[in-house]
Design a binder for this molecule. Structure first.
Ligand SMILES: *Cc1c(COP(=O)(O)O)cnc(C)c1O
Length: 427
């Protein structure tokens, strides 16, 4: 029989002392007497992100229009420069990634460009657990092509409402499927899909496949190029700490360079041609071709500083600590909260575990409110999920310990009973 060592606060402190990423915590603005567990929804501001945002504002102040080519971070090539810096986080070539648009807009670009129904191949395959915005985008493209979404959008079912089985997804890759869109990590349960295997299986069947990386990029490393993923898109305000509404990212496999952008605009031009102002677009010969209009410079500027931090910390180190912390959180929850009717709805195997833990409880909405009252910031996903994300760059093991102790107190004292079990407008 295996005896489990009882976890103590001393052990948490010891983990913190041996944490090789410890120094990065000081780079972030962390509110006193508060523990932020929601970095998977909106990452915290770092001092470096603040600095590069202020530098960009100053470039505007100092240079006016000349900021496009001068200043600390010339705006004209910023989307490409940041794409290069982003590429190692997803295992892509430097010119396969462009920082542009937003998650939903980039999915629209992908669909407009690569969804080309032909013959019997008219359907799009997604899943029933994915983020609603992705589904809305897919439905709208089917409608534009004159197809009924109820028939042409195939959504893989989950067996238990939490996870997806790769086998079930592959089974749906029929001769009627033109394109597959899946999340890298499911936003509720935090399950990581086997991207390599799914891509291989899609390609064997002549199907294009792309991934929504919102919940993984910055927490989980990927090898998009090596796995031959066709395209991917993600937001930069969650694990990447780019700030509210930060400009998103788009990856296009170099095999597809030269495919005309479905949603064209002048910022997709070859840079040397853009200001020729011709009415015939000459697209860039890399992922930059899929940009549309003028970049939102002030919404991208914090990312310059933030990506420096990721380059220094290293995504493999971040993943290692993140995995250890999420496992630690789950085992603490088991140790301290048995008997309170919680259920851990995240995978336990490391290869399937993303950057957050999904804790299910029928009183989840009001337990979240009680956590907030106690200075702990979780997030709530209807109907019954408390998501907790220990972030490698700024959460300590002691924080995790304190979160679980507070949760235990809330349950023991039934503190949640004074709140309504309903979600807020923004959850
Ligand atoms: C956060 C998130 C989005 C949000 O899309 P925006 O266009 O940035 O609003 C989309 N998909 C997933 C999976 C997400 O987690």
């Amino acid at each position: 029989m295996r005896t489990m060592k009882v976890r103590t606060i001393e052990q948490a402190k010891e983990f913190d002392q041996h944490d090789s990423l410890r120094r990065f915590r000081e780079e972030f603005y962390i509110k006193e007497n508060s523990i932020y567990m929601d970095g998977n929804s909106l990452g915290l501001l770092s001092k470096r992100a603040e600095k590069t945002l202020l530098a960009s504002l100053n470039d505007w102040k100092e240079h006016g229009i000349d900021g496009w080519m001068q200043g600390s971070y010339p705006w004209f090539s910023l989307s490409e420069t940041l794409g290069e810096k982003m590429a190692p986080l997803v295992g892509a070539l430097p010119d396969e990634v462009i920082v542009t648009g937003s998650t939903t807009v980039n999915l629209h670009q992908i669909l407009a460009t690569f969804y080309q129904p032909r013959g019997d191949r008219t359907k799009i395959l997604a899943d029933e657990l994915t983020f609603p915005s992705d589904i809305y985008a897919i439905q709208s493209h089917l409608q534009t092509h004159g197809y009924e979404p109820t028939e042409h959008l195939v959504q893989v079912k989950s067996r238990d409402g939490r996870f997806l089985e790769e086998d079930d997804i592959i089974e749906e890759m029929t001769t009627e499927i033109a394109l597959v869109i899946l999340p890298t990590v499911l936003y509720r349960s935090g399950q990581v899909l086997d991207i390599k295997r799914l891509t291989e299986e899609a390609h064997k069947r002549g199907i294009l496949i792309g991934f929504d990386g919102c919940h993984s990029v910055g927490a989980v490393p990927h090898s998009f190029s090596e796995w031959d993923v066709d395209f991917a898109y993600w937001c930069n305000y969650k694990h990447l700490n780019g700030g509210p509404g930060a400009v998103g990212s788009l990856y296009v496999n170099k095999r597809h360079f030269g495919t005309s952008p479905g949603l064209a605009g002048w910022f997709g031009s070859r840079k040397d041609k853009q200001f020729d102002m011709e009415h015939m677009l000459t697209p860039a010969e890399h992922a930059g071709a899929y940009q549309i209009g003028t970049p939102h410079v002030l919404s991208v500027a914090p990312l310059i500083g933030s990506l420096e931090i990721f380059a220094e910390a290293g995504i493999e180190n971040i993943r290692q600590k993140s995995l250890h912390m999420t496992q630690y959180l789950m085992s603490l929850l088991e140790q301290e909260l048995s008997g309170f009717e919680f259920y851990i709805g995240s995978p336990r195997e490391e290869s399937r575990l993303g950057g957050h833990v999904s804790l299910e409880h029928k009183e989840a909405a009001r337990i979240c409110k009680a956590l907030k009252e106690n200075g702990i910031i979780p997030d709530f996903r209807a109907p019954n999920i408390i998501r907790l994300a220990p972030i490698a760059l700024y959460t300590t093991y002691e924080d995790v310990w304190n979160v679980v102790q507070t949760l235990k107190r809330i349950m023991t004292e039934k503190q949640y009973e004074k709140f309504k079990n309903e979600r807020e407008v923004v959850a």
